[in-house]
Write a protein that binds this ligand. Structure first.
Ligand SMILES: [Zn+2]
Length: 342
């Protein structure tokens, strides 16, 4: 089945500053790559819609919404030390959220199994009341709210493989079991959250799974953790859809990261998530773009993920056994066996 891509030129009109790594060229380069003949026949493009204010308020305070709205038409507004806007950033952010809703509707109409929202600005650092870490509104969190409120789902799995911890997403669902949030991330590192001990609270206890990783981890460690920690937990949880906060900054040459994941490695991670989705929820996967600042790493890895999801390529990464990977897995399994059959 073809992989849907939700995209619009509005996503090129968010300019956080001339030297900012989160720049429009990220999408330009990715679109060029996806237009090549090995990937192009596997994709179909869909247009996003604009999210409404009341939809944004599912995850954000009114004061936060108004602060971002007030940036419209202004050349440059600095919302936090890393996060700035331009004239059309607010508009782009509303479409980035609305892209998720279009994708979810299409997936549940069974027109696609997997849809990739190729959006900017990214979302997973955005807190309920604060823009942060290049993010204005939390795209994946709003997708999960839509799944619960509009599509009436009760179990959503969010897998966040971005280099950084998705502090905003974690906080949005810290108290609920309706969303299982799983994150691998470089630690200690920006934004500072994501210790293993952050497991959720009240009804949400055990439904936040953080696997913090030392710098230098690559395919061997990531794949082992996805197979030996994520997969058994996800199969026990039985999500009704899997959402991926797809950041490509764990790529081995990413300028902001210290990880070693290869292009093929991202394809293999997508392959494991596809197995989970096929076993639990008819293969339904929503991917939303987060980070990834090497233009080559980003565009090649997205192409690889699409080939794997479309079924034209078997996951290629076959890393040698890693002692570090086994150590990280046994630590995580021991820790989370309090909540899950591991
Ligand atoms: Zn990131």
């Amino acid at each position: 089945m073809k992989v849907g891509i939700v995209y619009d030129e509005i996503f090129l009109k968010h300019h956080p500053g001339s030297y900012h790594p989160e720049r429009p060229e990220r999408l330009v380069k990715t679109l060029e790559r996806l237009a090549q003949e090995d990937v192009s026949p596997l994709t179909e493009y869909l247009s996003p819609r604009k999210a409404k204010k009341e939809e944004i308020l599912w995850n954000h305070s009114e004061s936060h919404y108004e602060r971002v709205a007030a940036t419209a038409g202004k050349t440059a507004v600095q919302l936090d030390p890393d996060t700035a806007t331009s004239e059309d950033s607010f508009e782009a952010a509303l479409y980035a959220v609305g892209a998720q809703f279009v994708a979810l509707d299409e997936i549940f109409k069974e027109n696609y199994k997997a849809i990739f929202c190729l959006v900017r600005p990214p979302g997973h650092h955005a807190e309920t009341d604060q823009a942060m870490g290049f993010c204005l509104f939390n795209n994946v969190a709003l997708a999960a709210h839509y799944a619960i409120k509009v599509l009436k789902l009760s179990r959503v799995l969010i897998v966040d493989w971005d280099l950084h911890h998705g502090n905003g997403t974690q906080r949005s669902f810290y108290h609920t079991s309706e969303i299982l949030y799983f994150s691998t991330h470089q630690f200690p590192y920006y934004p500072g959250t994501g210790r293993m001990e952050e497991v959720g609270h009240g009804e949400g206890e055990g439904f936040t799974i953080n696997v913090p990783l030392p710098a230098g981890c690559g395919d061997a460690e990531y794949l082992l953790i996805f197979k030996e920690v994520l997969k058994p937990i996800a199969l026990e949880y039985r999500p009704e859809i899997v959402m991926i906060s797809a950041g490509f900054d764990p790529y081995r040459e990413d300028p902001l990261g210290g990880m070693q994941v290869s292009t093929e490695g991202f394809g293999a991670l997508a392959g494991i998530i596809q197995e989970i989705a096929e076993e639990t929820c008819g293969g339904r996967i929503l991917l939303t773009l987060e980070g990834g600042y090497s233009l080559t790493g980003l565009s090649e890895s997205i192409a690889e993920v699409i080939k794997v999801l479309a079924g034209t390529k078997k996951p290629q990464a076959s890393p040698p056994p890693s002692g570090l990977g086994q150590e990280l897995v046994s630590q995580a399994r021991k820790f989370f066996s309090k909540y899950w059959k591991l």
